[in-house]
Design a protein around this ligand. Structure first.
Ligand SMILES: Cc1cc2nc3c(=O)[nH]c(=O)nc-3n(C[C@H](O)[C@H](O)[C@H](O)COP(=O)(O)O)c2cc1C
Length: 198
């Protein structure tokens, strides 16, 4: 176990980078929590699409009509939660989020997305709309097949990039000889780390 703060910060960013690039890594499917419109916090699983140490970014994609987009519009503070059962560590990451529906990052993300991911954005009705029947919320023509690249372009209007900028990262590491916990806050252009009681 490392007890050096700089090495721990390196380890944290390695894990976040792996989570974004390796779809079998447990950090690929974090929980993203927002401040809900009601009094309740809202939490849901998303796919971690990108993690960038230099810009402190965590990115996922979502439907621009979804509840989380509205919630972030009202309050940009979000928390990401990760757990890796093999490493036995949990990360709790606070960030400020924004939703992009145009611009270079948005265009790049759309261009890189594949047709099976794009299929969800063809949903005719906004996510969370009530329905009298269980429904996939897909056009009849695409319930059982992916769109072609050309057909998938119709989903672009519903696509959005949820970009968040990290302000603090807390890591809890479980170990038989005692758990360890650390927090890094980004202050005055640098990370400031402190060990905290587990
Ligand atoms: C494994 C898994 C991956 C998911 N990935 C995403 C994702 O990348 N983006 C997304 O918007 N929703 C994703 N979802 C669906 C969300 O968990 C959630 O149900 C949906 O986005 C509606 O959330 P909201 O109403 O809070 O906005 C995923 C769900 C699961 C189970």
């Amino acid at each position: 176990m490392t007890d050096s703060l700089p090495r721990t910060l390196d380890l944290i960013w390695d894990a976040l980078h792996q989570g974004a690039s390796d779809r079998r890594h447990p950090f690929h499917l974090p929980t993203l929590a927002t401040r809900g419109a009601s009094d309740f916090p809202e939490a849901r699983i998303v796919v971690l699409r990108r993690a960038e140490r230099a810009s402190r970014e965590l990115i996922c994609h979502t439907d621009a009509r979804s509840g989380k987009v509205r919630e972030i519009g009202a309050d940009p503070r979000v928390t990401w939660l990760f757990y890796d059962p093999q490493m036995r560590h949990q990360f709790r990451v606070r960030a400020h989020a924004e939703v992009l529906t145009s611009g270079p990052l948005f265009e790049d993300a759309w261009a890189r997305s594949n047709v099976s991911s794009r299929r969800c954005y063809l949903a005719p009705r906004a996510p969370s709309s009530e329905s009298e029947h269980p429904t996939a919320n897909l056009p009849d023509s695409h319930v059982d097949r992916n769109p072609t690249l050309e057909e998938s372009e119709a989903g672009k209007v519903n696509f959005s990039v949820l970009r968040s900028e990290i302000i603090s990262i807390e890591r809890l590491h479980l170990a038989s000889d005692g758990h360890r916990r650390v927090r890094f806050d980004f202050v005055e252009d640098d990370w400031s780390g402190v060990w905290i009681e587990p």
